[in-house]
Design a protein. Structure first.
Length: 71
């Protein structure tokens, strides 16, 4: 079973939200917090996880919004 998710990833000096498995980003943001807020809204609406990446490319956090929950 694959996990639906949104990735918050660095893009140059900006941040982006990208759907898991997608090549293209959904939207660009000036700050990581703006991207994280948008990814959380999408995850709540679609049911899924948010994976937060640091500038080093490593996952630094994860939020779960499956079945309307948040952890």
């Amino acid at each position: 079973m694959s996990v639906k998710g949104q990735y918050v990833v660095p893009r140059g000096k900006r941040w982006a939200v990208r759907k898991a498995g997608a090549e293209r980003v959904t939207r660009h943001f000036d700050t990581q917090q703006e991207a994280l807020d948008a990814a959380r809204r999408i995850a709540r609406n679609q049911g899924g996880d948010v994976f937060i990446f640091g500038r080093d490319g490593q996952i630094r956090g994860r939020d779960s919004h499956i079945n309307g929950s948040h952890s």
